[in-house]
Design a binder for this molecule. Structure first.
Ligand SMILES: CC(C)(COP(=O)(O)OP(=O)(O)OC[C@H]1O[C@@H](n2cnc3c(N)ncnc32)[C@H](O)[C@@H]1OP(=O)(O)O)[C@@H](O)C(=O)NCCC(=O)NCCS
Length: 337
């Protein structure tokens, strides 16, 4: 049976070799630096599992004076599912408990979520906290072409604020446009979703706005959104193609004589199939059926680049532009990455 012992001076190659085999080494963590810091600290320990002279398991643990943390929990791929991971975790927990620590935490990388089952089997549970991170220094520049998580992207120079221009457009009379029909080959339907559920609405909003950083309604609570959707003067029309949602538009009739086309768009799989003009035409027709004094819409520079020319072609005229900036919703977690 493998024996668990503290890390020693000659263990570097065997320990980091194990981490490589277990897929735990990334460009943004430098194992030699990590190990040196752990060994200097009186609040941290590195434990190794050794069997017949070979390092077959590892765990780094430590506490920050409040919580205990586990890192580099690894068992050699040939030895997994034989209880060694459990023994290492329990060993570290005992050590932390003896230091006066009452709660142990760890982070699992997004790509490694399947491992959560291991910790759950040991009595850990996913806890609802937003973990926020800021790099004081990157150990090395990011490799070319790698998609960076928001904290790494920020450290590599990404702006925390998004700046964009909003163009407000209006039409003050029903436009003289020819009726637009969807391509004849498509099986489609346009149906009003009367008081849609929040879940269905969020699905539409996120699917249509996902590529364009639609964030405003994402940050609303369910109760807030339900209140809006319960209003008869909010009209959500869903376009279905081949029986499944393909896009939607939303008219806001809450103002006295102005109707706002609050949201309009297609889902990514339906862009480029000749449906955008049809859906906009249908929205304009629906709005003018109430004979308002004015129909408005706005678009910003993060939206699809063809949105603005399409609105103009269909009879809207720009009347105002405004610069705005927001904290990037990917950094605040409003838009998940
Ligand atoms: C995570 C790891 C350390 C687990 O070590 P292990 O020695 O295989 O774990 P154990 O044998 O003690 O497993 C105990 C229980 O956890 C659960 N479990 C273990 N691995 C699991 C997995 N991949 N998915 C779901 N449940 C798992 C099982 O219930 C298991 O009991 P069982 O074998 O009787 O069914 C090991 O898989 C590993 O090194 N993975 C690669 C590195 C890694 O991802 N580390 C975690 C970084 S956060």
């Amino acid at each position: 049976m493998a024996k668990i012992r503290p890390y020693g001076d000659d263990d570097f190659a065997a320990c980091t070799g194990l981490w490589q085999r277990c897929g735990l080494v990334t460009w943004y963590n430098d194992p030699s630096r990590d190990i040196a810091l752990w060994r200097q600290s009186s609040c941290a320990e590195i434990f190794l599992a050794e069997d017949a002279g070979a390092v077959v398991g590892s765990l780094c643990c430590g506490h920050d004076g409040h919580r205990g943390w586990l890192y580099y929990v690894a068992v050699d791929p040939d030895r997994q599912r034989s209880g060694l991971g459990t023994r290492l975790v329990r060993h570290a927990e005992d050590w932390l408990h003896r230091q006066g620590i009452l709660k142990v935490q760890l982070m699992v990388r997004e790509q490694n979520r399947r491992i959560i089952g291991f910790y759950a089997a040991l009595g850990y549970a996913v806890t609802p906290r937003a973990v926020m991170a800021r790099w004081l220094e990157l150990p090395s520049p990011p490799p070319e072409g790698v998609e960076l998580a928001p904290d790494l992207a920020l450290a590599a120079g990404r702006e925390a604020k998004l700046r964009f221009t909003i163009t407000y457009l209006e039409m003050t009379a029903r436009p003289a446009i020819q009726p637009v029909h969807p391509p004849a080959s498509l099986k489609f339907a346009l149906l009003r979703a009367e008081h849609p559920t929040v879940a269905f609405y969020r699905y539409l909003y996120n699917a249509v706005g996902g590529d364009w950083r639609w964030w405003y309604r994402r940050q609303m609570s369910d109760a807030e959104l339900a209140g809006i959707l319960a209003d008869d003067r909010i009209e959500v029309f869903v376009l279905y193609v081949d029986g499944a949602p393909a896009g939607y538009f939303e008219l806001d009739r809450r103002a006295a004589s102005t109707i706002d086309l609050a949201y309009f768009g297609l889902m990514p799989h339906c862009v480029g199939r000749g449906l955008g003009r049809y859906l906009l035409y249908a929205a304009i027709e629906q709005a003018w059926s109430y004979a308002p004094g004015r129909l408005t819409v706005n678009t910003n520079t993060m939206d699809h680049p063809r949105a603005l020319p399409l609105y103009q072609k269909m009879g809207f005229t720009p009347y105002r532009q405004e610069e705005q900036q927001i904290i990037d919703p990917e950094l605040t977690g409003i838009i998940p990455v």
